[in-house]
Design a protein around this ligand. Structure first.
Ligand code: HEC
Length: 130
């Protein structure tokens, strides 16, 4: 009897362990997680005139510039924004996804980036002066 009662607990632990690597991966590259762990510090409230999350009026002209401007700016840094928001350990793709997440919250409809997009944005960031 007691053995039977313990079994479901053990299997749910097993499920949690299997799910863990997938979760850890999502936390690095999912745009929302990156935004909530890094970018929100400035873009949540608009520190130093950082375009505020969800503020469509502020995001509209940025969205019009397009991801080819916004992502390299976020990778390289722009004026008071440090490169990658001050977290150099973030992958280029994670930063790109966070940009897309923020832009979409501001009214854009950008889709997930492909590896060729990320490579192009990295090239542009390297060629760019801060
Ligand atoms: C330390 C504060 C800070 C953090 C953290 C930060 N930003 Fe920014 N960000 C700024 C500021 C300030 C600006 C406005 C720069 C300007 O135009 O003068 C900005 C502007 C931007 C822009 C608009 C760039 C353009 O072309 O005008 C994007 C896109 C952006 N940030 C993305 C991000 C992403 C993605 C993250 C998280 C990985 C992030 N930021 C984290 C301060 C920050």
């Amino acid at each position: 009897m007691s053995l039977l009662r313990r079994a479901p607990i053990r299997s749910s632990l097993a499920i949690a362990l299997i799910a863990l690597p997938a979760f850890a991966f999502a936390a690095d590259s999912d745009g929302q997680s990156v935004y909530e762990s890094v970018c929100i510090a400035c873009h949540g409230s608009g520190v130093d005139n950082a375009p505020r999350f969800g503020d469509q009026r502020q995001w509209k002209p940025l969205i019009r510039e397009g991801l080819n401007e916004l992502v390299p700016a976020a990778l390289r840094g722009i004026r008071k924004m440090p490169p990658k928001g001050g977290k150099p350990e973030l992958s280029d793709e994670a930063v790109a996804r966070a940009v897309i997440y923020m832009a979409n919250a501001g009214g854009a409809r950008f889709t997930d980036p492909g590896p060729e997009d990320v490579a192009r944005w990295r090239k542009k960031a390297d060629a760019r002066r801060k």
